[in-house]
Design a protein. Structure first.
Length: 463
């Protein structure tokens, strides 16, 4: 499986740009000191730092060999208020290929209960989906208290897959051949958003409706209302509604082992609403949510797409907290969720994430540079449940109730470095599996990766 993505955005703003503001910061470069005076220098620097704490510019006493230079930078502040026009272009190509050059049903029992539509000796399936989208938007901004806009979106989706073709021209008997389906569908939608703030209330809304094409009558509405209790805390209400047509591949699909036509599927309807409380002083957020799904689409125990015509109810609660004690930092997240119908939609009831790390910012007086370092441990937990199984022939997950996943535990060790716009990370994932030699499963009969060391560099380039 692979994917190729491209996203471009252009926006023309009728705003104003303020004059460039010149900022000069006086930097004193200390002369080299002997090792006998090193401790005295540290004490003097600490005293000077305490005296000037909170000042923009710190002036230290000069020695005979000290030197002064000016670190000059420019800040460009854009004060924008008014209309703007934007255009967004997106290109997404997704492809999946499955090959099995030699199928032997006697040696491999996996294929014993599988269908063969093209070839019973080998499989070579390819599926492509290409989406090209264009979106034109008109925005209006009035400081931070009022933002709104409308958009027109158009997309073309191309689906390519295989299908059986019956040929009777050669022998007079039905002969099944492999052919390709190349299907193009298009859709157009109108959308709008509104964000604002009035006294202690903040609100935002977003809506989208497809006016024609394959996704005709698809709709989406998102609402949020916030009441600011004080400068540190707020309570909010949010609600979402979505009514969508089943994806084309859910209605029409075929390969060497799967084939279905589902013209009778109904539109899937989902809505949810919830309350949340947030306190920035104590770095805590609490969420309570209730959701309902009608005409839920799922893959049954035969890995075939199916639809549940009744309703499924889901309740969930979430608590997030972070705190800092000196150089020790902690971030915790606990989630509880419950489905009213585990036989159709099975989800873990409990999940927990904990990150505990040491963080320190190092200053280099000789160069004026800074290094941010983080070193710590991540822990993840998921309670046992009947997780979906994986079907390699289609690359999709489907319902199963023969194997219940055990409680899942995972420990990851990490260290991060950040210098200006450069970031370096080193990780050792699945530390607990290396210590106790107990390997866990991400899906039934699909074990999680073995303990592995990872490293990487991210460097942002911009003016």
């Amino acid at each position: 499986m692979y994917a190729t993505n491209l996203y471009l955005i252009n926006e023309f703003k009728l705003g104003s740009v303020s004059e460039e503001t010149k900022i000069e910061k006086k930097v004193i470069k200390k002369a080299r000191r002997s090792s006998l005076n090193f401790r005295k220098k540290i004490d003097n620097d600490k005293n000077e730092s305490k005296k000037n704490e909170g000042n923009v510019e710190i002036v230290s006493k000069l020695g005979d060999n000290d030197s002064i230079y000016y670190d000059t930078s420019y800040v460009r502040i854009i004060k924008y208020s008014g209309f703007s026009i934007s255009h967004e272009f997106s290109y997404d190509l997704s492809a999946r290929k499955f090959y099995d050059e030699k199928i032997d049903t006697t040696a491999d029992p996996f294929y014993l209960d599988k269908n063969f539509y093209f070839d019973s000796s080998s499989t070579s399936d390819k599926v492509y989906q290409k989406i090209i989208g264009n979106k034109i938007s008109l925005h209006y901004n009035k400081t931070k208290n009022l933002n709104l806009g409308v958009s027109l979106y158009s997309e073309r989706v191309n689906y390519i897959y295989s299908k059986p073709i019956y040929d009777t021209t050669a022998t007079g008997n039905d002969t099944i051949l492999k052919g390709d389906v190349d299907k193009d569908v298009g859709s157009t939608s109108m959308s709008g958003y509104f964000k604002g703030k009035y006294r202690k209330f903040g609100f935002q809304a977003y809506g989208e409706y497809f006016i024609d094409g394959y996704k005709s009558e698809n709709s989406k509405v998102e609402l949020q209302l916030i009441y600011f209790l004080n400068e540190n805390s707020d309570v909010g209400f949010y609600g979402n509604y979505k009514n969508i047509n089943p994806d084309y591949f859910y209605k029409q699909y075929s390969s060497n082992h799967f084939s279905w036509t589902n013209d009778f599927f109904r539109m899937e309807e989902n809505w949810d609403f919830g309350l949340n409380y947030r306190n920035s002083r104590y770095r805590t957020e609490i969420k309570i949510k209730y959701g309902q799904s009608s005409n839920h689409l799922f893959f049954n125990e035969s890995a075939i797409i199916d639809q549940y015509r009744d309703q499924i109810h889901i309740i969930s609660g979430e608590i997030t907290n972070s705190f800092k004690l000196g150089v020790i930092n902690s971030y915790s997240k606990f989630v509880y969720q419950k489905s009213s119908n585990d036989s159709i939609l099975s989800i873990p009831n409990y999940s927990f994430y904990q990150s505990l790390f040491y963080e320190k910012l190092f200053h280099f007086a000789s160069t004026g540079g800074q290094l941010l370092m983080q070193f710590g441990l991540d822990y993840r937990y998921t309670s046992g449940y009947f997780a979906n199984s994986y079907m390699p022939l289609s690359g999709l997950f489907y319902n199963q109730y023969d194997y219940k996943m055990q409680d899942y535990h995972r420990f990851d060790l990490f260290i991060n470095f950040s210098i200006n716009r450069a970031n370096l990370f080193l990780r050792y994932d699945y530390l607990n599996s290396a210590l106790n030699e107990n390997f866990y499963y991400n899906a039934p009969f699909y074990p999680s990766p073995q303990p592995v060391f990872k490293f990487g560099v991210a460097w942002l380039f911009y003016n």
